[in-house]
Ligand binder design. Structure first.
Ligand code: TYM
Length: 334
């Protein structure tokens, strides 16, 4: 039986927020003992929109630090940068010849990011999901832990794997399973409960960063939008109150509880009361990660060593898999 293998990626396009942590990294930590794991800083995905070259390496190191600070063991897992393993882009080209225009045209993330300016965004932003499929399939990964916003990209990855297998009469690529789990799978903006918490939101108050100070956490939660009604223990009622539901879900996710049990605990209380406990909980769970990120960033030799080992491990694996792909499609074995 084939070994279960995880690949997941995080863009170094800015510091990470609790959406990245609760939707993805917290699950990486959980899965590291059950699967063989590769966690990738997807710097080539980040440059689909312009990035300042002078901070790219710093941001990549910071994501690696965030992985380690959150509890991912760099000695047991492969942590690496996408641009260090050229096989990703080589396979992405092959996949861009397998994927259909119609499939990419349906990607909602492209539509959201391109907005009305579709003619002016990069070609890379459009073909982004073929590179993502390559990130996963260059390691024959079987499972991919991600937040809910990546679901459609994972479906496309499965479609590409399936079409490749059909086109070349093989069962070479697995159809990777998304692992989209828990109350943190879609953390929303603290300013607008209908919008996803995002690095690109212009308002700092829309998100809690992993490196926020206690004062920043406290101010952001105090200012977080809610409504004037007390918390009710009726789940359906809370689901319709988007900002209220978001704060309760963040609390539940940080504490590994069900939303319904948090509602029972706080039923009848108003949000000023709940927010005090939420601030305490975020400070307890997130501040140590932020402090550890800052500490790790003082020792760049250590981080660069992790990246180097990650590059070596992932290259060995990617190299043998790409050779087999070349053979399957009738290109010369290199
Ligand atoms: P990125 O860098 O936007 O986000 C990294 C991870 O964080 C999750 N996430 C969230 N989860 C819950 N609530 C939120 N508000 C939130 N915001 C972000 C994302 O779902 C993701 O799991 N395309 C990917 C990167 C990527 C990738 C891959 C992922 C490239 N190649 C291969 C998995 C496998 C992205 O832009 O993630």
């Amino acid at each position: 039986m084939k070994k279960n293998r995880i690949l997941s990626g995080v863009q170094p396009s800015g510091d990470l927020h609790i959406g990245n942590y609760l939707g993805a990294i917290k699950n990486f930590v959980k899965f590291q003992n059950q699967y063989e794991c590769l966690f990738c800083v997807v710097d080539l995905h980040a440059i689909t929109v312009w990035q300042n070259p002078s901070v790219m390496l710093h941001q990549t190191r910071k994501v690696i630090s965030a992985f380690i600070a959150s509890g991912i063991d760099p000695n047991k897992n492969t942590l690496f940068a996408q641009s260090d393993v050229p096989h990703h882009t080589q396979l992405a080209w092959i996949f861009s010849c397998v994927a259909r225009m119609g499939w990419l045209n349906r990607m909602t993330q492209f539509k959201d990011k391109a907005g009305k300016d579709k003619e002016n965004v990069s070609v890379g932003l459009f073909t982004y999901p073929t590179l993502m499929a390559a990130d996963i399939l260059i390691y024959l990964a079987t499972h991919v832990p991600v937040g809910e916003d990546q679901k459609q990209h994972l479906e496309l990855t499965r479609d590409i794997a399936q079409k490749f297998n059909n086109d070349f009469n093989t069962s070479f690529f697995p159809l990777p399973e998304p692992l989209i789990l828990g109350n943190g799978k879609r953390v929303m903006s603290l300013r607008d409960g209908s919008k996803k918490m995002s690095k690109s939101d212009p308002s700092d108050y829309s998100r809690i960063m992993l490196t926020d100070t206690i004062d920043q956490i406290s101010n952001k939660i105090k200012k977080a939008k809610t409504d004037s009604h007390p918390i009710s223990d009726n789940l359906e009622d809370i689901k319709n109150r988007l900002e209220a539901h978001n704060l309760i879900s963040i609390f539940a996710s940080l504490n590994d509880k069900e939303v319904s049990s948090v509602l029972n605990e706080y039923s009848g209380k108003d949000f000023s009361y709940f927010k005090k406990d939420l601030i305490e909980l975020i400070v307890e769970k997130i501040s140590p990660i932020g402090k550890e990120i800052s500490k790790l960033m003082q020792d760049l030799n250590y981080i660069d060593n992790v990246l180097l080992r990650g590059k070596e491990n992932s290259t060995i694996l990617a190299d043998s898999i790409l050779s087999k792909v070349y053979e399957i499609i009738g290109l010369k074995k290199r």
